[in-house]
Write a new protein. Sequence first.
Length: 99
Amino acid sequence: MTKESIITDREKKLARYSKALSHPIRLHILEILSSQSCCYSGDLTEILPIAKSTLSQHLKELKNAGLIQGEVELPKIKYCLNRQNWEEAKKMMTNFFEK
C-alpha cells in the first residue's frame, strides 16, 4: 500500500485549500474580497503593505487553490472570490473539524 493509494481526492482538495489559507496575508486578501464583489490588483497594493511581486505570489497561490479568480482588464487584473469553491472549502473545513 502506498501513500497515494490511501489519500482521497477530498483530502487532497482540503489540503490545497488549507495551504492557501495558511498565510495571514492571504487570509486578509480573502477577507477583503469577501466584503466586496471584486477588487483590482492595483487597489490591493494600496491596501496591503507588501511589494507588488509578493502580492502577486499570494494571489497566484489563492488562484491555484481555486479560491479566487482573476479577469484581465488591461492594464489591470480584477480579482473576485470563486464563490463555488469558497463555499465548498467552508463546508469541507466544517466537516473536517466536526468529526
